[in-house]
Design a protein around this ligand. Structure first.
Ligand SMILES: Cc1cc2nc3c(=O)[nH]c(=O)nc-3n(C[C@H](O)[C@H](O)[C@H](O)COP(=O)(O)OP(=O)(O)OC[C@H]3O[C@@H](n4cnc5c(N)ncnc54)[C@H](O)[C@@H]3O)c2cc1C
Length: 502
């Protein structure tokens, strides 16, 4: 076989976060004979509003060899210890979804079962009071976790807020330096192979062609390859997650520089607040059936920390996913694969896991049936897990505005009902395999949204663990440790400065 024949040509269509994350990771991890070309159109542009992430993003950067200090500097990033949910259960009520656990189990029974027992005895301490992440967050402080598992400072985790446009530019430089070829142009046609229906190549609107062996569709909501070209079909999930619009507008700093995202429920949806170094990202995710774009824009602008720094942008979406993520010789990653509102900051994570899964099931010229099947099976499970987690926030509420009246009474997926039944009967948290959100996340949101367990696990009664002392001790050391941590801005400056000095 000659050298040219041996080359495996991957074409990435689209240069938003998905396209450049895929290009960077493949440039680093794909077999040596792989040639990578990325086609994007500056005239079309990118969504560019993904600003909050979950902790696994650290792994992605580590695989690419990007240091935390460089990443934070380049993307004007900040730290995120979790999400504060305001008014989701009812007005003037708040709770925190932390990254990390609630202390560490001190018995064979999960710690939260003892918290439930205290609760049934009348103790109203919220579960978040046992979280290191919340102890730091509520003081606007930050310190990375330590590795010694005996320390309470090892029980939290963190992610980042960052400017997605800057991240894309950073990854573009990274990928181009490692051999990725960028082609500027608008894809006008997806040419298919007569024999097997695979994609043979892309034709640009000026007549140039980009051919390849395997294609990654990162063209955003439209899905130029997966949908326009291959007609894959879409599962629409709006019956569970009816929001279909967002108005986004960055603003100047005004309030606290919080090491967490804030999500505030409003009459027809919810508003995000994401603090970066240079500005705050804001947006009102809403359902167009219950509010006009004008009214949603006014609501957003009336609730900013500082002066708006750009005109509000409208983003329209249909929640759901492609029927097949990988079909024929094309895999869709990013918004081309599907979309769920950014309530738990999962889109960039789905890009990351899509890329990692593709690397683990790396395609060949042919014989990809099993890899395709496995890719679709795992990705489907991941999407459904996240969907259920998001639906939980809407379903479990006392709010009565029309949107919330609908979501309170809607039928929910059986998989979610199963989890709720386990929690309400005996406070049990069930997991389905490799769930993205661990039990501690489910507990935070279930308890935060006011779901009550009728009883705790009966085994609790049979134990003579001194749980009162243990829980009181945990609360005390957690709060003492948080008091010793630096404030968010200082921690950020220290971490960014440390490596540059080195
Ligand atoms: C309101 C909102 C808020 C969000 N917030 C978050 C968040 O906080 N956290 C998070 O993780 N995610 C968030 N996301 C999701 C996040 O923005 C996306 O996952 C991320 O930006 C990836 O987008 P993408 O690269 O798939 O698509 P896009 O950014 O749309 O990029 C598509 C690319 O394809 C190219 N393209 C399209 N058509 C053609 C064509 N015909 N020819 C050539 N090129 C073409 C475009 O030029 C562009 O380069 C949010 C999304 C929305 C809508």
């Amino acid at each position: 076989m000659d050298k040219a024949q041996d080359r495996f040509e991957i074409v990435i269509a689209g240069g938003g976060s998905a396209g450049w994350m895929a290009a960077a990771a493949l440039a680093q991890a794909a077999p040596r004979n792989t040639a990578i070309t990325l086609v994007e159109s500056e005239a079309i542009g990118i969504v560019g509003v993904g600003e909050a992430t979950i902790p696994a993003i650290k792994i992605f950067n580590r695989i690419l060899g990007i240091s935390e200090a460089d990443f934070l500097r380049e993307t004007k990033g900040s730290f995120k210890l979790g999400i504060e949910f305001q008014n989701w259960l009812r007005e003037d009520h708040g709770y925190f979804h932390q990254f990390g656990s609630f202390g560490r189990d001190f018995d064979t029974i999960p710690l939260h079962q003892y918290w439930l027992k205290l609760r049934h005895e009348g103790d109203e301490t919220p579960i978040q009071d046992y979280s290191m992440a919340w102890a730091l967050a509520k003081r606007n402080r930050f310190a990375p976790p330590v590795s010694d598992p005996r320390m309470v400072q090892s029980t939290h985790d963190y992610a980042y807020h960052f400017d997605a446009v800057l991240y894309g530019q950073f990854l573009r430089r990274y990928a181009e330096a490692r051999g990725v070829t960028r082609v500027e142009g608008r894809i006008a046609d997806v040419r298919r192979n007569g024999e097997d229906g695979d994609i043979a190549g892309l034709t640009l609107d000026d007549g140039r062609t980009v051919d390849g062996d395997f294609f990654i569709d990162c063209t955003g909501f439209r899905g130029v390859l997966i949908e326009d070209g291959l007609k894959t079909g879409y599962h629409d999930w709006r019956q569970w997650l009816p929001c279909d619009r967002a108005i986004a507008a960055p603003c100047a700093h005004g309030g606290d520089f919080t090491p967490y995202t804030r999500s505030t429920a409003r009459a027809a949806g919810w508003q995000w607040r994401i603090p970066l170094q240079h500005r705050i990202g804001n947006g009102y995710v809403h359902c167009s059936e219950y509010i006009s774009e004008d009214e949603a824009t006014q609501t957003l602008l009336a609730n900013l920390d500082g002066e708006a720094q750009a005109d509000p942008r409208v983003l329209r979406f249909v929640t759901g996913r492609r029927k097949q993520f990988w079909t024929r010789n094309c895999v869709a990653i990013g918004l081309a694969a599907g979309f769920m509102e950014p309530l738990e900051s999962t889109s960039i994570h789905l890009i990351q896991t899509g890329i990692m899964r593709l690397i683990a099931l790396f395609p060949d010229r042919e014989g990809n049936d099993l890899a395709r099947q496995e890719y679709n099976r795992l990705t489907e499970a991941e999407y459904e897990h996240i969907r259920d987690f998001l639906v939980l926030h809407y379903r479990q509420t006392e709010r009565s505005d029309p949107l919330w009246a609908y979501t309170r009474s809607m039928e929910i997926p059986e998989t979610l009902q199963y989890r709720l039944d386990h929690y309400t009967s005996h406070g049990r948290l069930v997991a389905f395999g490799h769930d993205l959100f661990p039990n501690a996340s489910w507990l935070a949101v279930m308890a935060g949204q006011g779901l009550e367990a009728e009883a705790c696990d009966p085994i609790v009664e049979r134990r003579d663990t001194p749980f009162r002392e243990r829980l009181a001790g945990l609360k005390k050391v957690t709060h003492e440790a948080a008091e010793r941590a630096p404030d968010h801005r200082t921690a950020l400056d220290q971490i960014m400065g440390r490596t540059s000095a080195a």
